[in-house]
Design a protein. Sequence first.
Length: 416
Amino acid sequence: MSRPAAPEALTEPTERAGRGWTAALSLANGAIWVGWYGPLQILLALQAAELAPPGTAKESVLAWVTGAGAVVSMVANPLFGALSDRTASRFGRRTPWILAGVLGGAGALVLLAGAGTVVGMALGWCLVQLTLNAAFAAITAAVPDRVPHGQRGAVGGWLGAAQILGVVAGTGLATVAGGVVAGYLACAGFTVLGALPYVLLHRDPALPAGRRPALRLRALLAGFRISPRRHPDLAWAWLTRFLINLGNALALLYLLYYLRDVLHRPDADGGVLVLTAVNAVTLLGTVVIGGFWSDRVGRRQPFVLWAGVIMTVATGLLAGWQTWPGALCAAALLGVGFGVFTSVDFALMTQVLPAAADRGKDLGVINIANALPQVAAPVLAAPIVQHLGGYRVLYGVAAAIGLLGALLVRRIRGVA
């Protein structure tokens, strides 16, 4: 008797993803980054300066708020990834969570706009992280669900391009909207509108109810334990991503304050927008090309390694050449390095996943390597800036951490 075919949702994809699907998923991904980075680049820093109690440094308030949000993100991403793995909706496993996440995220941004205290600001940002991570976990998992290995570098490149365009758009909306409240509302609206084409026009492969894992809390929690001994490539890939992202987070966390307090730029908000735009141009020049090139040669490690080295050089410029031209050069180099890293590292990660049935959960665990640096960066950065040598030491530490992460990619054995 022949064995029944596995549901499409649980098979390894072989057909190439279409351009329309890739474009819609990329737009949805970019919309989520608008919801994250309008606040992270501009709005939260301005709110922290307004709401900081007398005698409390704005840097400490910003560090506390972003750190709390990152903790929520670190838990929410794998949790919602696991829930999407088990979703048997006729609309697929991922689409319902994308829709619920962006609607919830937009509502949370509106609540954050009205925060009048530091506690209210922190709660609002934590809710933004909770909801948008539900959507992001589903979008990330849709790639290994629908894209074959040989196309993942390219698709990762388009997702990366959408990500940086989302960062630019979020920063731009936050800068030109006309105030903190208007900035939050603009980001909320864009987040919803950008996700609608994917939600309305594309549906994911459905998981038949008979194949749906039981939603038992103990089994769900146990599934988050992934043994580094059994899956060493996944562990090294996770550590590589964590360290490179930590170096990048340390470089970007206090960018507004760096321009204002070290370089004494008269329009620090505008300076952040200029640097973000320069970064975006160079990133867009490498993110898709890097992914296509990696697919063509069939290798991932060299691209991740040299991308990390370039980012290390860029962060070192912020430490050693503290001028506006130095900041511009650093932004350009960071874009080159992070563009290649974004697309190729994503493809590498999808190739070390243990099981098709748990793609959402496993990628959620991997995405902790994106969220945890947002927790660790404020903890490291605030005392360095305030007590241990200032911004020069901060960027030197960031460069060293990023370089270590780049070198560790060589420990991965199963992906060239």
